[in-house]
Design a protein around this ligand. Structure first.
Ligand code: NAD
Length: 449
C-alpha cells in the first residue's frame, strides 16, 4: 500500500482551506436539506475520519454532501380508483470510482436524510470492497405491505420514469433494498427498457436470474457476513468450530449468514425477527427453523426454543453477534452490555454514534466488523451481475462464490493493515480505507472545470 502525503496523519500544518472548511461545515449543519440524526452521525464520522487522515480539506468538504439529490412526486392510481401521491428520492453521493450504485428502499419512514446517509455509506462500501462503483441510494416513502401487487407495480414504473434521466448502466445502477425485491427490479428494468426501445438488463442488479440476474446474489450479503466472521476469527486466532452465534433479523441477510456460519461449524443459539427472539443454549436446529419460516413467513411462536426479546438477544453471552435487521439497535447501554467477542454488522448502521463511542473503549473485548465491510457481499455480487450483464456472459455459482470470498478477504486484510498503520479501531480503519481510495481518486481526477 502506498503511503502518500495526503493521508500522512502527523504534522498536518496549517490547513490551507481551513476557513472555507469551517464555513461549509457550518453550512451543511445549518441548512440541512438532508437533516436527520443518521445523516448527521454519518457525515460527522466521515468528516472527523477524513480530518484525522489529513485528507485535502477541499476533497473532505465535497465528501460531506451528495453530488445530486432528486426528490420526486409519484402519483399512483390505487385499486380503489383514487390517486395517491407518494414521495420518492434518488440520492447520488459520489461517482469518482465508477457509476453510482445503491438500493431502492420502500418504507414508510424513508426520508431524504436517511437516503442521503445510506448513499454516502455506499460510496465508501464500494471503495472498501475495491469495486469500481460509486455510492447512491433511493427510496419511496410508502408502506409496501399496504400495497397490492398491481399498485406496487404501478408505483415502481412511475418512480422509474421520474428518475429515468439520472439512472442507466453507465450512470447509476439501482438494486433491491428493504421492501423491494427481484420482481421490483424486473419492473424497473422493463420500464427503463421500454423507454429506451431495447432491453437494458444492466440498468439494475438483483434481478431474477431469468432476465439477467446473477447466481449467488440472493445469498451474497449473508455469506459475505460469514466470510468476514471467518476472517475476523482467523485474525483473532480463534477456531470457528463450536462457536456460538446470535442473529438479530432472520430475513435475507440473517438467514443466509446463519446457513454459512453453520457450514463453518458454528452453533446458532438465537435468532429473532420482528415477532421477537428465540433461544436455545444447546443450539437451534437451523433446518427446522428455516422450514418453519418458509411455511409461516415469520418466527412467530417458534416452538423449539425459549422466547426472549430482541434486546435480550443482543446481550446474550455468545461468541458472535450478527445484527441483521434495523439500524440504530445498539445504543450506548447495549454497547456496554455486549458480551460477544465478534460483532459482525449485517445491517446498515446497527450501532448509534453513542454506542460506537463505547465500542471504541471496549475494542479489546469486542472485535467489530463494521457494516461497510461486513455487508459488502451484496454490492460485490451486484457488481458481478452488472459486469456479466455488460458482457452478456454468465459465470457459475462456484466462480461467483470464490470471487466473493477473495474480494472480502482482501478487503478485510486491507482494513486490518489500516488499523495497524493508524493504531485505530476497526470501524475507523475501514472508513479510512474507503476515504483514502475515494479521496486519492478525486485528487487524481481533479476539479472540473
Ligand atoms: P429482510 O427484510 O429480508 O429481513 C429483515 C429481518 O429483520 C426480518 O426477519 C424482519 O422480521 C426483521 N426485523 C424487522 N424489524 C425488526 C425488529 N424491530 N427487531 C428485530 N428484527 C426485526 O431484510 P434484509 O435484506 O435481510 O436486510 C437486513 C439488513 O441488512 C438491513 O439493514 C439492510 O439494509 C441490510 N443490508 C441488506 C443487504 C441485502 O443484500 N439484502 C445488503 C446490505 C445491507
Amino acid at each position: 500500500m502506498s503511503q502518500d502525503k495526503s493521508i500522512t496523519p502527523a504534522a498536518a500544518g496549517p490547513d490551507p482551506a481551513a476557513g472555507a472548511t469551517t464555513e461549509s461545515l457550518d453550512r451543511y449543519r445549518s441548512s440541512m436539506e438532508w437533516e436527520s440524526k443518521f445523516y448527521r452521525d454519518t457525515a460527522e464520522l466521515v468528516e472527523s475520519t477524513a480530518r484525522s487522515m489529513n485528507v485535502d480539506p477541499n476533497i473532505r468538504n465535497r465528501m460531506l454532501t451528495p453530488s445530486r439529490a432528486l426528490i420526486v412526486s409519484i402519483p399512483v392510481r390505487m385499486d380503489s380508483g383514487a390517486v395517491n401521491n407518494f414521495i420518492g428520492y434518488r440520492v447520488q453521493h459520489n461517482n469518482t470510482l465508477g457509476p453510482f450504485k445503491g438500493g431502492i428502499r420502500y418504507h414508510e419512514e424513508v426520508n431524504l436524510g436517511e437516503v442521503s446517509a445510506l448513499a454516502m455509506l455506499m460510496t465508501f462500501k464500494c471503495a472498501v470492497a475495491g469495486i469500481p462503483l460509486g455510492g447512491a441510494k433511493g427510496g419511496v416513502r410508502v408502506d409496501p405491505g399496504g400495497l397490492s401487487r398491481p399498485e406496487k407495480q404501478r408505483l415502481t414504473r412511475r418512480y422509474t420514469v421520474e428518475i429515468l434521466n439520472v439512472i442507466g448502466p453507465e450512470m447509476d445502477i439501482p438494486a433491491p433494498d428493504m421492501g423491494t425485491d427481484g420482481q421490483t427490479m424486473a419492473w424497473l428494468m422493463d420500464t427503463y427498457s421500454e423507454m429506451k426501445g431495447y432491453a437494458v438488463p444492466s440498468v439494475v442488479t438483483g434481478k431474477p436470474i431469468m432476465i439477467g440476474g446473477s447466481k449467488g446474489r440472493t445469498e451474497a450479503t449473508g455469506y459475505g457476513v460469514a466470510y468476514c466472521v471467518a476472517a475476523a476469527a482467523d485474525h483473532l486466532d480463534l477456531k470457528l468450530e463450536g462457536k456460538t452465534v446470535a442473529i438479530q433479523g432472520f430475513g435475507n441477510v440473517g438467514s443466509y449468514a446463519a446457513r454459512k456460519l453453520t457450514d463453518m461449524g458454528c452453533k446458532i443459539v438465537a435468532v429473532s425477527d420482528v415477532t421477537g427472539g428465540y433461544y436455545d443454549k444447546n443450539g437451534l436446529d437451523l433446518n427446522h427453523v428455516l422450514k418453519y419460516v418458509d411455511i409461516r413467513h415469520s418466527l412467530n411462536d417458534y416452538p423449539r426454543a425459549e422466547q426472549i426479546s430482541n434486546r435480550q438477544l443482543l446481550t446474550l453471552d455468545v461468541d458472535i453477534l450478527v445484527p441483521a435487521a434495523l439500524g440504530g439497535v445498539i445504543d450506548e447501554r447495549i454497547a456496554r452490555d455486549l458480551k460477544c467477542r465478534i460483532l459482525a454488522e449485517g445491517a446498515n448502521g446497527p450501532v448509534t454514534a453513542e454506542g460506537n463511542a463505547v465500542l471504541k473503549e471496549r475494542e479489546d473485548e469486542v472485535f467489530v466488523v463494521p457494516d461497510i465491510l461486513a455487508n459488502a457481499g451484496g454490492v460485490t455480487v451486484s457488481y458481478f451481475e452488472w459486469v456479466q450483464g455488460l458482457q452478456s456472459f454468465f459465470w457459475s455459482g462456484e466462480e461467483i462464490n470464490e470471487r466473493l470470498f477473495r474480494i472480502l478477504q482482501t478487503a478485510f486484510n486491507d482494513c486490518v493493515d489500516f488499523k495497524k498503520r493508524y493504531q485505530t479501531d476497526m470501524r475507523t480503519a475501514t472508513l479510512m480505507l474507503g476515504i483514502h481510495r475515494v479521496s486519492e481518486a478525486m485528487l487524481m481526477r481533479g476539479l472540473f472545470p
